[in-house]
Design a protein. Sequence first.
Length: 244
Amino acid sequence: MMSASQARGNPDCTLAIKHAVRNHVKDNQTIGLGSGRALASLVRELGRMPVKKKLRFVVTSLQIEAEAEDAGLLILNAPQNEQVDIVFDGADQIDANLFMIKGGGGALLREKILMYAAKKVIILADSSKFVDQFKRSIPIEVIPFARSTVHQNLTKIGAKVELRQSANGYPYFTDNGNIIFDAYFPSIQNPEDLEKELTCIPGIVEVGIFTRRADRYYEVSVEGSFKIITFRKGSKRLVSAQSI
């Protein structure tokens, strides 16, 4: 029987979420939560766990914060003195080297902070997000004061730049009070070099290129089956696959 998610054209991540939670969530952990549809489902799964009262959570967006509150999870305002044990997140695109583009939901700065603070990172994404080479825009979080100068500098290095807008037609503001440029580059041959180049432009707070690889990537098919991928010795490797 087709799930409600599949009926809407979205992959059913239920199996992958249950597997990820069962295999990676332990008592007394501090857990980071990214943003997106799959993460909302994962939060609801965490809320059903008997050990949820023994867990602490750091969220990256108001959307997931609301979901976590509804699920009865203990939310921390920011990473505390203890290290974040594990982060669960999604991705907008994942290339052949398992680098990622993130920030479609606007939480790229907080997501990158959590990712670099974590002992382990788990990514959940449907198979359409896995590509050989990046083919979409790069979200770039920018201080509003630097809007014009950053736009000029991005244009100089070959980007076509669009100011992200909210549904009402006004500029979109992140939870940090910044704006987002979506920068389209004709070709991204070296994501690591581009990430470094962009972060050197004054006024750019963070960029949506993530070159710190995750520990596990769950690649979910439309039918709900999934593969688990990791990066070892210079190439990606299939850890396991589960069908429905």
